[in-house]
Design a protein around this ligand. Structure first.
Ligand code: ADP
Ligand code: MG
Length: 276
């Protein structure tokens, strides 16, 4: 399945139904020996994705903990965006398996929300802030695509949480970069997502907007929302994120951010990195 165009309605059930369609095994957390807090909400097993014959992601096995903030780091072309798209169910896997939320009693139906790379968004598309946030409800609407009061309420709440209520009638192209990111986060919130996949959410933001976004993500950690974000800024990853995956087509390292981004570990795997 190819990704939906950013401003077109998603078909009902896609792509947020990814977690719902994956119901293979039903291990209880106790049976798997994990406490709820350590539960892995995304499990990648030997995940391999290719464009034609070229491998973009090769044999990646990793887990994302429920309620963690996980940074995906790696050089350009490392397969970071491809991995997010695979988790969303937009890329067929050449090999391996991705399981999402299939053994967590509190997340029987986890929903994935996606924040695209800014370069992938058509900022000239004529749509208001509220219009973008309403898109978050489309997959959940019934056959007649009618908004019910509960849908409007979710949109209102998402706009308020992202401090966009006063800007809701503006065209998105008229907003600052930081405000535009908040619009897409609000769309993800309106969707009722548990898992947020963010592709380079800090790219192109000025320092105040980046600080504001970092504060939002930190507060989401307190709310036990799971965030997986592609980043380039190692100090930011250390400051804000709890876990990290270091990717260069293959997985180089994964674990708590302090371990993965420890200077010794980085020097081994990522010599050209900005190791400040
Ligand atoms: P990253 O996000 O880490 O920069 P990508 O996931 O975008 O990396 O790309 C990984 C590899 O796959 C790169 O070699 C890139 O050129 C290739 N690639 C990405 N998208 C496509 C595509 N649509 N068609 C063919 N190759 C692609
Ligand atoms: Mg990318």
């Amino acid at each position: 399945m190819s990704p939906p165009s950013e401003f077109r309605p998603l078909p009902p059930g896609a792509p947020t139904s990814r977690g719902q369609s994956l119901s293979a095994s039903r291990l209880s957390p106790l049976a798997s020996g994990l406490s709820l807090h350590q539960h892995d909400i995304i499990r990648l097993q030997d995940v391999t994705v290719a464009y034609g014959r070229r491998l973009a992601v090769d044999s990646v096995t990793a887990q994302i903990h429920c309620g963690s903030l996980t940074a995906i780091l790696g050089p350009n072309g490392a397969g970071k965006s491809t991995l997010l798209r695979a988790i969303l169910g937009w890329m067929p896997l050449t090999r391996g398996e991705i399981r999402i939320g299939d053994s967590h009693p509190q997340h029987a139906l986890p929903r994935l929300a996606y924040l695209p790379q800014r370069v992938d968004v058509d900022w000239d598309f004529p749509i208001t802030v509220r219009g973008v946030v309403e898109q978050g409800r489309y997959p959940a609407l019934g056959a007649f695509r009618r908004f019910r009061p509960a849908d409007h309420a979710l949109v209102d709440r998402a706009l308020a949480e992202m401090k966009l209520t006063d800007l809701q009638d503006r065209q998105i192209r008229a907003l600052s970069g930081g405000q535009q990111q908040r619009v897409f986060l609000a769309r993800a919130l309106a969707q009722g997502a548990d898992i947020f996949l963010l592709d380079e959410p800090f790219a192109g933001l000025d320092a105040p907007s980046a600080a504001e976004l970092a504060a939002v993500l930190k507060s989401w950690e307190q709310l036990h929302r799971t965030v997986v974000a592609v980043l380039h800024d190692l100090p930011l990853a250390r400051r804000v994120f709890s876990h990290a995956l270091l990717l260069d087509t293959r997985l180089l390292a994964a674990g708590p951010v302090a371990e993965v981004l420890a200077p010794a570990s980085l020097a081994q795997f990522y010599p050209a990195a900005n190791n400040g």
